[in-house]
Design a protein. Structure first.
Length: 330
């Protein structure tokens, strides 16, 4: 009896939140942490939504009526019960931020390439076994996180992501990376920690914006040439700790000559590596620590951050659309 009463009030609370968003013509709708097993159809009437937070629920699928949210730019679905990537998401071509981490999504549909405005995509800890080549058509991507999966190779088309600045592939099964990675000229942060790499990727020396590279805890057993190491000195921190070749005295001696290389956990010049930050060329508003640290992106706070400032920003996004209805200011 008590369970039925709780369920009644719980469901009505969800509907009340949705109805309020409809009445207020809200830009944001936060339905996270509601233990929902399905999305109420009322959501389809929230036509002004820019941000929809559905993380930390029990959703197994996403209904097709979501495609009515034609202005949606932010969608969080992390920590649900999804067993497939909902294809309806690929119809939301205005999306800029998408988080599907911590579900059971083993593959992405080729339609993912339709999200040409997507700037941030988190797909961590889902059991993902491969990235489709169509990911290369998401040409606006600046941040891509696919850590904690089962990737054994990357598509050659990843080279098309010319705007990518942050790429984390930690804890996969990659034995190598495509040479075309060198074409990611804007990349600042590259995390390949805990994969199956046996060589330091030669393409790193061609990626002049790189500042933080994590190759620690791989299977690298052969050092590259002294010239190649010298060509990578522009990288602020190159982490090679936990690789087999770090135990070889001759290799350690060679690595010791490069202040930007870490080969022992916090026992050498880690302070020197990040001591001189005056010439760091990432935009001023970016926190240096954010670029260095590969935070657990699936645990980012992706819930509603409503404020007057954010509301004004949301309104400005809609102005081009609203201007169609404005014909005379007098």
């Amino acid at each position: 009896m008590m369970n039925a009463i709780y369920k009644f009030f719980h469901n009505n609370h969800i509907l009340a939140v949705c109805e309020n968003a409809i009445c207020q013509k809200a830009f944001n709708l936060n339905l996270s942490h509601f233990e929902m097993t399905e999305l109420p159809e009322l959501v389809s009437q929230c036509e002004t939504l820019l941000k929809l937070f559905l993380n930390h629920n029990q959703l197994q699928q996403l209904p097709t009526f979501v495609n009515k949210l034609i202005h949606l730019q932010v969608l969080t679905l992390d920590y649900n019960k999804l067993t497939d990537f909902p294809k309806v998401i690929c119809q939301l071509t205005t999306l800029k931020i998408l988080n599907v981490s911590c579900n059971q999504i083993t593959c992405l549909p080729k339609e993912i390439g339709q999200l040409v405005r997507l700037e941030t995509f988190w797909c961590n800890n889902t059991g993902l076994s491969h990235l489709p080549s169509e990911i290369g058509y998401c040409v606006s991507l600046e941040t891509l996180g696919v850590r904690g999966n089962k990737l054994q190779q990357l598509p050659d088309n990843i080279r098309r992501l010319k705007k990518l600045r942050w790429l984390t592939l930690e804890s996969n099964e990659l034995p190598s990376v495509p040479h075309g990675l060198k074409e990611l000229k804007q990349l600042v942060h590259l995390n390949l920690k805990n994969n199956h790499l046996r060589r330091i990727p030669s393409c790193l020396s061609k990626m002049s914006k790189l500042q933080y590279v994590f190759l620690n805890d791989n299977r690298i057993d052969q050092i590259c040439s002294a010239q190649q190491l010298q060509n990578m000195e522009f990288i602020r921190m190159l982490n090679l700790c936990g690789n087999p070749f770090c135990k070889v005295a001759a290799v350690r001696g060679q690595l010791r000559e490069h202040e930007n290389i870490l080969y022992e956990l916090f026992e050498q010049k880690s302070a020197a590596v990040i001591d001189d930050l005056d010439d760091f060329d990432v935009d001023d508003e970016d926190e240096l620590s954010d670029w260095e640290n590969s935070i657990v992106t699936s645990d980012l706070d992706s819930t509603d951050d409503s404020s007057l400032e954010n509301d004004l920003e949301d309104i400005s996004i809609l102005i081009p659309e609203l201007s169609r209805y404005i014909t005379n200011f007098s």
